[in-house]
Ligand binder design. Structure first.
Ligand SMILES: Cc1ncc(COP(=O)(O)O)c(C=O)c1O
Length: 413
C-alpha cells in the first residue's frame, strides 16, 4: 500500500487551543498516515512522487501545497516544526541542521550588508565567532555588550541597527536579560529581537510572549535531551519564517527526517525532564555554595544571583545548567574535573546525563583572552549541565573532584 499526502491526518491545531505546554509537547504537530499509527511516523525519503506532470508543475509552482523534496518539505520535519511552534507560541517554525545553522539562517534571511547587530557578550562561543568573523565578511557589523547593562544596549543603538541577539540565561554564567526591556528597545528602533532559548526551552520560558520576535534553539540540547542528534529550529511569525524558509530552501542547511523524529519524540518528555533538571540543579547549586574550595556559584535560582528576582518573573524554573569558580586557576579546575568518575567530561549540555566542562578551553576556547575576560570566562570556571540522576549520587561524584583538590594540596605540603 502506498500513501498519498491526502491520506495523512493532521490533528487539527484548533483542538489544542489554550492547552498547556505539557499537553502540546505530547500532542501538537502530529500527523497520522493511513496506517493510523499512534506514535509519530518517520518519512526517510529524499523526494516525493506526483499523480501527474500537471500536479508536479502545480507543486513546484506553489499553486498546490504538498511535499516536493526533503531539502525543504518533509512531513517528519514539519511535524517537529508544528510541535515546537505550538510550544513556543509562535505562528511557524523552521527546522535546521544544527543550532548554529538556525542562527545563520536567521541572519542570512533577515539581515543585509550594512546592517548592524547588537549581541550580548555572554553568548555561546561559536555564536560569537559567527557574528564577529563570518557575518562581518558580508558587511554585517556586530557590537557586543553586557547582557544585563541596559544603558550599554541603548548606547550601542545606531540608525542601521536591525537585530538585538541574546541568550538568557547565558552560557555558562547564567546571567539573565530583561527581555521586556530589550523587546521595547528593539521595537522603538525598528530592530528584531532574537532570543536563543536553548537553556530554558518553552517549558520554562516563552520569549515570544515577553517581547521577542524570534526564538532560536539548538535542538541538540534539551529538545533531544539524550545527546543523540544535532539540530536547530527558528520560531516566529509566518512572515519572518517564510524568509527563513526561503533561505533554507536555497542554501540547504536542512534537518534530516530521522533527526526530526528523534526531536519530536524528545519533546514528549521535555516538560518532566526540565522539572527534574531544575530540581537537581538547584539542590547542587545550594550544596556547591557551601563547599570550602568553591569561590562563587552562578545559578539564577540562588538568592545570591544578581538577577534572581528577574529570573523568577520571566521563567517558571531556573534551568539545569550552573557554573562555579574554584579557588585557584586552570590547574585546579582541570584537577577537579578529572577527579570525577561518573559525570561525563563533554561540552554538550541539556542531556539527561550530567556533563562537566571547562569553558575557557572548550566551548569558549576560540575567544581571544580579552573577549574571554570581558565575557567572564575565567580559568577557574567549571560548568555543569545537571542531568536527572539521583542528586545524592551527583554529590558523591563531585565530592571525588573536591577530594582530588585536597589530595593535591596535602601532596604539596
Ligand atoms: C546556547 C547555544 N546556542 C547555540 C548552540 C549551537 O548549537 P549546535 O551545536 O546545535 O549547532 C549551542 C551549542 O552548544 C548553545 O549552547
Amino acid at each position: 500500500m502506498t500513501f498519498r499526502r491526502e491520506e495523512t491526518v493532521w490533528i487539527p491545531e484548533s483542538d489544542l487551543d489554550g492547552m498547556s505546554v505539557d499537553t502540546l509537547a505530547v500532542r501538537a504537530g502530529q500527523i497520522r498516515t493511513g496506517q493510523l499509527e499512534h506514535s509519530d511516523a518517520i518519512f526517510p525519503t529524499s523526494s516525493f512522487v506526483y499523480g501527474s506532470a500537471a500536479q508536479a508543475a502545480a507543486r513546484f509552482g506553489g499553486e498546490e501545497p504538498g511535499n516536493i523534496y526533503s531539502r525543504f518539505t518533509n512531513p517528519t520535519v514539519q511535524a517537529f516544526e508544528g510541535r515546537i511552534a505550538a510550544m513556543e507560541g509562535g505562528e511557524r517554525a523552521v527546522a535546521t541542521a544544527s543550532g548554529m545553522s538556525a542562527i545563520l539562517s536567521t541572519c542570512m534571511a533577515l539581515l543585509k550588508s550594512g546592517d548592524h547587530v547588537i549581541c550580548s557578550r555572554g553568548v555561546f562561543g561559536t555564536t560569537n565567532v559567527l557574528f564577529q568573523k563570518y557575518m562581518a565578511r558580508f558587511g554585517v557589523e556586530t557590537t557586543f555588550v553586557s547582557l544585563t547593562d541596559m544603558e550599554e544596549w541603548q548606547a550601542s543603538i545606531r540608525p542601521e541597527t536591525r537585530m538585538l541577539f541574546i541568550e538568557t540565561p547565558s552560557n555558562p554564567l547564567c546571567e539573565v536579560a530583561d527581555m521586556e526591556g530589550l523587546g521595547l528597545l528593539a521595537r522603538d528602533n525598528d530592530a528584531l529581537f532574537v532570543v536563543d532559548n536553548c537553556f530554558c526551552t518553552p517549558v520554562l520560558q516563552r520569549p515570544l510572549e515577553q517581547g521577542a520576535d524570534i526564538v532560536i534553539h539548538s535542538a541538540t540540547k534539551y529538545l533531544d535531551g539524550q545527546g543523540r542528534c544535532v539540530g536547530g529550529v527558528v520560531v516566529g511569525s509566518e512572515k519572518m519564517m517564510e524568509e527563513v524558509y526561503g533561505f533554507l530552501r536555497s542554501a540547504g542547511p536542512t534537518m534530516s527526517p530521522f533527526n526530526a523524529w528523534v526531536f519530536q519524540k524528545g519533546l514528549e518528555t521535555l516538560p518532566i525532564r526540565m522539572r527534574a533538571h531544575c530540581d537537581n540543579a538547584l539542590e547542587l547549586a545550594l550544596w556547591l555554595e557551601q563547599q570550602p574550595a568553591v569561590e562563587r556559584v552562578f545559578y539564577a535560582g540562588l538568592q545570591s544571583h544578581p538577577q534572581h528576582e528577574l529570573a523568577k518573573k520571566q521563567q517558571t524554573g531556573f534551568g539545569g545548567v550552573l557554573s562555579f569558580q574554584l579557588k585557584g586557576a586552570r590547574e585546579e579546575a582541570w584537577r577537579f574535573i578529572d577527579g570525577t568518575r561518573m559525570i561525563s567530561i563533554t561540552a554538550n549540555l541539556g542531556d539527561v546525563k550530567t556533563t562537566i566542562t571547562h569553558p575557557a578551553t572548550t566551548t569558549h576556547g576560540r575567544l581571544s583572552p580579552e573577549d574571554k575576560a570581558r565575557a567572564g570566562i575565567t580559568e577557574n570556571l567549571v560548568r555543569i549541565s545537571v542531568g536527572i540522576e539521583a542528586v545524592e549520587d551527583l554529590k558523591t561524584d563531585l565530592e571525588r573532584g573536591f577530594q582530588a583538590l585536597r589530595n593535591e594540596s596535602t601532596d604539596n605540603v
